[in-house]
Ligand binder design. Structure first.
Ligand code: SF4
Length: 282
């Protein structure tokens, strides 16, 4: 059985930066250290941080004056203000690429554009961008939702960094008829686009795909969806322990890819276990 890891797979710059800084802060920051929500969608990393004393808080009020780590998804400006007002120490690890989207949304709103965010309204990155885009911002995540957007004179579009390229193109096509002046910023992140492209190419070339990443990770879920759409039997796992030998019984080639919050060591463990299923595999 041939085992191939996708050309671009696993942890991205923004998540690596946040994780490295969070581990450093866990060791050195004064007082209790919190993350607002889980730092990354990877239960193994969250557990390691917990063992170092980093607690996961659900809201700003519950962190008091402790140190708060802002994860790569960012936070709405009103939550950041509340943290500062209550005297919390803020370690802002918002990914610079996400910050750029927030600034684009704020600028569009300031310049009088109807801001449309293409993304999942329940995703923390989108919630934060919406905070910068103002109360009139519209979030759409499908062609049907785009069709319901009212026509406007000036429309400004930004995109959740980890969204699926194909879906975005379709949504933008529908929005094209909705405004006289339309400004669109392609704010898809290169890291995500490269992982999606690598996953698609590999899925077309193998019998079975293993997609590694947290169950709550939206970008990992999208990779699995892309692999399925490409026709490969696809299994989404968080760790090597979930792999089952009978998934690969008749497979000549198995592909492996991973979401942007999956550390390299988790991918290495998956590949090692796949090799153990078929001694002599390469
Ligand atoms: S996927 Fe891109 S935007 Fe999101 S954290 Fe990683 S580098 Fe930043």
């Amino acid at each position: 059985m041939r085992i191939v890891v996708a050309s671009d797979a696993g942890i991205c710059y923004g998540v690596k930066r946040a994780t490295t800084a969070a581990f450093a802060a866990a060791a050195t920051a004064p007082g209790p250290v919190y993350t607002l929500g889980e730092l990354i969608h990877n239960p193994q990393v969250v557990k390691q941080l917990e063992q170092m004393g980093v607690r996961v808080a659900d809201d700003a009020a519950s962190v008091g004056t402790g140190t708060v780590i802002i994860r790569s998804h960012g936070l709405p400006p009103e939550v950041l203000k509340a943290l500062e007002a209550q005297g919390a120490g803020v370690l802002d690890l918002t990914c610079p690429t996400v910050k750029a989207v927030q600034q684009r949304a704020a600028t569009l709103a300031r310049e009088g554009y109807e801001v449309v965010i293409i993304g999942d309204r329940d995703h923390p990155e989108v919630e934060a961008i919406a905070g910068y885009a103002g109360p009139a911002a519209i979030i759409v995540n499908s062609e049907e939702e785009a069709a319901a957007v009212p026509r406007t004179e000036k429309m400004g579009i930004v995109i959740q960094t980890t969204h699926d390229v194909t879906t975005c193109r379709r949504i933008v096509d529908v929005l094209f008829d909705k405004g006289r002046e339309i400004r669109i910023f392609n704010t898809l992140c290169d890291a995500t686009a490269k992982r999606q492209k690598g996953a698609l190419e590999l899925a077309r070339d193998v019998d079975v795909m293993v997609v590694v990443g947290g169950r709550k990770s939206a970008n990992t879920g999208r990779l699995a969806e892309i692999c399925r759409r490409a026709g490969a039997e696809t299994h989404h796992v968080e760790t090597a322990a979930e792999l089952k030998a009978d998934w690969f019984g008749a497979a000549e080639a198995v592909g492996v890819t991973a979401g942007t919050s999956t550390p390299d060591w988790v991918i290495d463990e998956v590949v090692a276990k796949l090799k153990a299923f078929t001694p002599g595999a390469g």
